[in-house]
Design a protein around this ligand. Structure first.
Ligand code: GLN
Length: 349
């Protein structure tokens, strides 16, 4: 009797596998998939409304005018959209206005190149270092090792376009817009007036492409790459469309609306690291300090911020600060991040 009892309590060697498996399913597996709880839709709605009301009347900053068509966009436009990893959408303000994506596009062409050729293609052929200079700096190329520094300054973005595997301009463009459509879960189109306006005035970018090509750091024909780059910057997006693109990164590469995988999850941290280091050009340090979120800006007035694993927050307002980043979009995102304690570096409270 004593013996059998003892025996039944003891775990036989053959049973250890089962014990470990139950431990794995009970403890380890849920831990691996544990996700930070999302704020409720009501909370997100309330904070977005507050941000809108607080910064709506801020008149500081000035529309970009080196692309003449951007100067004509109404400076009063102001929209905020949050899209969560569950595909919940919170909209406030002018969220239906289609503005040019501009440099926010650079994030998604980088994703395309990583998906096609691996992350090393970006790391080795473009580089990922902040420049501490303006987005169209030529000095930054000359001072570095000849590479374009990072995918978010114009030299790096044009070099990234040149890394898309394509036999000609049409194929290069089709791949880029195809990638953006997948991230947005919708068909996006080029804003023709913006494209024509920038294509007629983009001499500096054409110069940058030739400098890179000359030193062997542009990997396709310079004028073709500059033109496709100009087109990608002229893609029109609403706050919601850009926020779904950002939320796809927040959701580890899967579009939260269409459920389509757009990027291998292993590349997402790389993308977010570049957004953290380089997303605001020479304003990236202050942004990391103040908001603590990976984000990317564009001279069309858009800013897309990603809260990893949780959501994307987009702000749109055309007037820019001296570094070329939207004033009200920054204020709104920063306010929302503070209110909801979203800083990726830890609680700032
Ligand atoms: N298309 C713009 C340019 O090349 C993009 C710049 C930006 O958004 N910072 O100048």
């Amino acid at each position: 009797m004593k013996n059998t009892m003892l025996k039944s309590r003891r775990i036989d060697r053959t049973q250890w596998g089962g014990v470990l498996l139950s431990f794995f399913f009970a403890v380890q597996l849920p831990a691996a998939f544990a996700q930070t709880a999302l704020p409720s839709v009501e909370t997100l709605e309330k904070v977005a409304q507050e941000a809108y009301a607080k910064f709506k009347t801020d008149q500081s900053g000035k529309n970009a005018d080196y692309i003449p068509a951007l100067a004509k966009v109404s400076s009063n436009l102001f929209g905020i959209t949050i899209v969560t990893r569950e595909g919940k959408i919170i909209n406030v303000g002018d969220v239906d206005y289609s503005f040019s994506i501009q440099s926010c596009s650079k994030v998604f062409t980088m994703c395309l190149v990583m998906q096609e050729s691996g992350d090393k293609a970006i790391y080795e052929k473009v580089n990922v270092e902040p420049t501490g200079e303006a987005f169209n700096s030529i000095r930054a190329i000359e001072e570095g090792d000849g590479r374009a520094d990072n995918p978010f300054v114009n030299p790096g973005a044009i070099a990234t376009v040149s890394l898309v595997k394509a036999a000609n301009a049409q194929e290069r463009w089709d791949k880029i817009i195809g990638c953006y459509n997948q991230f947005a879960g919708e068909k996006l189109t080029v804003l023709d007036e913006i494209y024509k306006s920038e294509a007629a005035t983009n001499y500096r970018n054409r110069g940058i492409a030739h400098i890179l090509f000359n030193s062997g750091h542009l990997y396709a024909e310079p004028l073709e790459c500059t033109d496709v780059y100009t087109k990608q910057c002229s893609v029109g997006v609403t706050c919601k469309q850009l926020a779904v693109m950002g939320a796809t990164l927040a959701n580890h590469g899967v579009n939260p609306i269409t459920k389509e995988r757009c990027l291998d999850s292993k590349y997402v941290p790389r993308v977010l690291s570049v957004m953290t280091m380089d997303g605001f050009y020479d304003g990236s340090g202050a942004w990391a300090w103040n908001a603590g979120l990976p984000a990317k800006t564009g001279v069309g007035g858009g800013v897309v911020a990603v809260v990893p694993g949780q959501m994307a927050i987009v702000g749109f307002a055309p007037p820019l600060d001296k570094l070329g980043n939207s004033v009200r979009a920054q204020e709104a995102i920063r306010f929302i991040a503070e209110q909801l304690d979203l800083n990726i570096f830890g609680s700032a409270r």
